[in-house]
Design a protein around this ligand. Structure first.
Ligand code: DPP
Ligand code: ZN
Length: 856
């Protein structure tokens, strides 16, 4: 398959200002009639090329009302029509089979529903169309189907008409007044009930809101509805963005490749990001629902009103919208804890991507299959890049920039460059060098070293940066790296001279600070002001001091993480082991009455095995696990009274979804895990008691996770009870699979192989696949079992899933693709599995691209 390159972009030859679609809905055979008003753009003699996909063939093709029999041809998957004039009406009829569509792209069936997913290139599986985001059309959609099977018929925009038809059929007609690219088209047909509500916009318009689910799930939609209304108000207040249609609908479906989709006026969601109640969803699930509901809603402006010119610009909408949802969630709860969670996610998903064979800039230069570019780099690093712009421009400059961007590009398909220019024009800033963040892949490495002339005098901060080589990018330029920092007095802990913003924009830079009244300790990258890897020469004592005194909560968390990481990496490299500084720092944090529980729970967690491995040259996962377990056991044992105190303090709270109650629950399960690590004689009893007595899924899942990681009779009892209690609730049974797939106990590979044969397991449902195989592939111990059995299992899954759902299959590749990071034995076993996959004929483009790049 050929690569598509950003520099080859050409504007479309033909535009389609209007499209009328007619669906004769049927799960086995849906007939789609599309009437396209096409207009030649510019002076050229090129034919009209309409994309098709999934083997789409026309039943008939008509031009200006006349059926054509020979004036069209099929070229690859495109329908090519020579047109004499500049304006024509092109009508095609196709027949498609939603029930047979296992790719979950285009029109497909899910639990008796018919629904669509068109981003990025699914619309071409529904009808022939110029499937590219810079062709914007007004849509009129008529749906007709069996009134009993499909009582609800939804599409984008407003419903203009609906009615009964003979033979038990009915129809609905929808019209979306806003021109949109076809990836934002959506249709849903099925037996659904709505949680209905209203929102009054700041200009006084009343919007009808509906969250559509199966009737039995209605009670689980309250949190999503509250989140939607909060998002609508927030976007008015913070970005000045008001909703534009009279209706906003959300539909939850259980078979969905992504988290959710921002189709204009008709968002379609993976049910895991809508359905929640305290008995079945954790605090993390509730938080994720609020974040994703907000994300998709915010796309109405950042994505829909202003869309992307081409898919290389994907981060224009995704990076910006992730930043917006992160800001929203921070405002809803604790900003410090939210920032810690976001950075942890970045380090878990994006840093490894940036350091591996699939590294790409947030604006890529080429792709084979665009579905492979819905990555942590485009989304999360994209958000970090815009967050840095906000820091450099200041809040007012940034808001002026977003206002200008929305005004200037409303109704257009824009580029990342347009966004940057709007920021420059509104603020007067020069972002020339900053554009490197869009073109260079790789996580910059920054070193910082502070030296002091004499107490009470001057300090020099020496900074340097280097951007690692990434595939296709051997030479890198220095980037502008904004570092918020302060110098804390080594005695008082006060920030001398307040907080500074230093922009490191050369390979090396030295900054001096005068008038210091005490010896300084460096506190740097406050709030994770830049997405970098930082190396400092700060001593364990300095880090422990910062972890107790830094005024910036994120820096305080970071100091503890750095102290832990230095200790663990040193041990993994065979150096001397001294756990005392970490134990003392954790004790201080646990017993500091000024800290809230949520922060404490985050701060005392050890860096993940994966993140420790990322600091090593050739990872031996057993070695990493061993040194990490040793520290966990020491922390558990040395601080056993503190953990018992924390556990007891967090014990007595009735369920409530509030930042404080969430923090207590989190700390409780973290403390429980340390009690288990200490081998406290009653750990399993405590865990099982917590499991049984909980009135909420957070506590229950927390206890189940601790039990699943260890061997105790209570383990089997809890897993069996959990399964029986929630049988039939797919989202909760996913948790049952995941708890076992993530287990750190030995025998997990065999257990996971057996679970793959469980009657409830299916590779056809992306949530279920992820719950077992996706979770297993990040389990550093079981996946990397030295036998290579874990690798073989995942490779077999990739091949099996690829026949049904290439996108879901391709997502499993990166775990094997990181083979170069591991010690030689494992590296060659992993590489062998990738080679075995690549040798199979008929691979999808999705899997082919990920595997061949991983081997390249
Ligand atoms: N555009 C979707 C989202 O990220 C993904 N398909 O919201
Ligand atoms: Zn998005």
């Amino acid at each position: 398959p050929a690569a598509i390159r950003r520099e080859d972009y050409r504007p479309p030859d033909w535009l389609v200002p209007e499209i009328a679609l007619d669906f004769q809905l049927d799960a086995q055979a849906t007939r789609v009639t599309a009437r396209l008003t096409v207009r030649r753009q510019g002076a050229h003699g090129h034919p009209l090329r309409l994309d098709g996909g999934g083997g789409l063939l026309p039943v008939s093709v008509s031009i200006d009302g006349e059926e054509l029999h020979d004036a069209w041809r099929i070229d690859g998957e495109q329908l090519v029509i020579d047109l004499p004039g500049d304006d024509h009406l092109v009508e095609t009829i196709v027949q498609i089979a939603p029930a047979a569509n296992s790719t979950l792209m285009g029109l497909y069936a899910s639990n008796g529903l018919l629904c669509t997913q068109c981003e990025a290139e699914g619309f071409r599986r529904i009808t022939f169309f110029p499937d590219r985001p810079d062709v914007l059309s007004r849509y009129t959609v008529r749906m007709e189907g069996d009134a009993a099977l499909y009582p609800v018929l939804l599409s984008n925009g407003d419903q203009l008409d609906a009615g009964e038809l003979p033979a038990g059929r009915h129809y609905a007609l929808w019209r979306d007044p806003f021109p949109k690219p076809c990836y934002l088209f959506a249709l849903v047909a099925g037996d659904l009930s709505a949680n209905r509500d209203q929102f009054v916009t700041r200009s006084g318009r009343t919007i009808d809101l509906g969250i559509w689910v199966r009737e039995a799930d209605l009670p689980k939609t309250r949190h999503a509805m509250a989140s939607l209304k909060a998002s609508m108000a927030w976007d008015e207040r913070v970005y000045g963005r008001e909703y534009d249609l009279a209706v906003f609908n959300i539909v939850a479906v259980s078979d969905f490749n992504f988290g959710a989709m921002e189709n204009k006026g008709l968002n379609i969601f993976n049910s895991r990001y809508i359905l929640a109640d305290p008995d079945t969803a954790t605090d993390a699930d509730f938080d994720a629902i609020a974040g994703v509901v907000a994300h998709e809603y915010f796309h109405n402006w950042s994505g829909n009103r202003v869309t992307c010119r081409d898919w290389f610009q994907l981060s224009l909408k995704e990076g910006f919208t992730v930043l917006r949802d992160q800001q929203f969630s921070a405002d809803q709860g604790s900003p410090a804890v939210k920032r810690i969670e976001d950075v942890r996610a970045l380090r878990a998903a994006q840093f490894p991507e940036d350091a591996g064979p699939l590294a790409h800039p947030i604006r890529p230069d080429s792709y084979i299959e665009i579905s492979n570019f819905y990555t942590a780099t485009i989304y999360n690093k994209g958000a970090e890049v815009i967050r840095m712009m906000k820091l450099i421009l200041g809040d007012e400059g940034f808001r002026a920039g977003t206002d200008l961007y929305f005004d200037r590009h409303d109704g257009q398909a824009a580029t990342c460059e347009d966004f940057i220019v709007a920021m420059e024009d509104a603020s007067g800033a020069d972002l020339t060098q900053f554009r490197l963040w869009y073109t260079q892949a790789g996580t910059p490495r920054v070193t910082a070293s502070l030296t002091t002339d004499a107490p009470g005098g001057r300090a020099r901060l020496r900074l340097s940066q280097s951007v690692p080589t990434t595939p296709g990018q051997p030479d890198k330029q220095p980037m502008p790296i904004p570092l918020k920092l302060s110098l804390l007095g080594a005695v008082s802990g006060a920030a001398m001279g307040g907080e500074h913003l230093v922009i490191l924009d050369e390979a090396e830079k030295e900054v001096t600070f005068d008038g210091l009244t005490e010896l300084p300790v460096l506190s740097i990258n406050h709030g994770f002001s830049a997405p970098i890897c930082l190396e400092t020469d700060r001593s364990p004592a300095d880090l422990a001091f910062l972890s107790a005194h830094d005024e910036d909560p994120f820096a305080r968390y970071e100091a503890m993480q750095q102290l832990m990481l230095d200790t663990l990496v040193g041990a993994a490299k065979g150096g001397p082991v001294d756990h005392t500084p970490v134990i003392d720092a954790v004790r201080n944090t646990l017993t500091d009455p000024a800290l809230d529980a949520a922060f404490v729970a985050e701060a005392v967690l050890l860096p993940s095995e994966a993140f420790i491995g990322d600091q090593l040259d050739a990872v031996d996962p057993e070695m990493v696990a061993t040194v990490r377990e040793a520290l966990r056991a020491d922390l558990g044992t040395e601080l056993i009274d503190e953990w018992r105190d924390a556990y007891a303090r967090a014990h007595a709270n009735r369920y409530e979804y509030s930042p404080n109650a969430k923090g207590m629950r989190r700390l409780r399960s973290v403390a429980l895990a340390f009690l288990a690590a200490a081998g406290a004689p009653d750990w399993a009893e405590l865990a099982f008691a917590q499991y049984r007595a909980s009135d909420n899924m957070t506590d229950r899942q927390g206890a189940l996770g601790v039990l699943a990681n260890n061997d105790a009779p209570e383990r089997e009892a809890a897993l069996a009870d959990f399964y029986d209690r929630y049988a039939g609730d797919a989202l909760v049974i996913d948790k049952w699979f995941t708890a076992q797939a993530l287990s750190t106990r030995s025998g997990t590979v065999e257990a996971v192989e057996a679970l793959a044969r469980h009657p409830d397991f299916t590779i056809a449902n992306p949530n279920r696949l992820r719950s077992l195989v996706g979770a297993f592939a990040v389990n550093q111990r079981a996946f990397h079992d030295p036998s290579g059995r874990g690798y073989r299992f995942v490779a077999d899954m990739i091949l099996g899933v690829d026949k049904l759902n290439p996108q879901a299959a391709a997502r499993l590749v990166p775990s094997l693709g990181r083979w170069r990071r591991y010690e030689p034995g494992r590296a060659s076993l992993m590489r062998d599995e990738l080679e075995r996959v690549l040798a199979v004929p008929g691979l999808s483009k999705d899997v082919f691209e990920q595997v061949s790049k991983s081997l390249g």
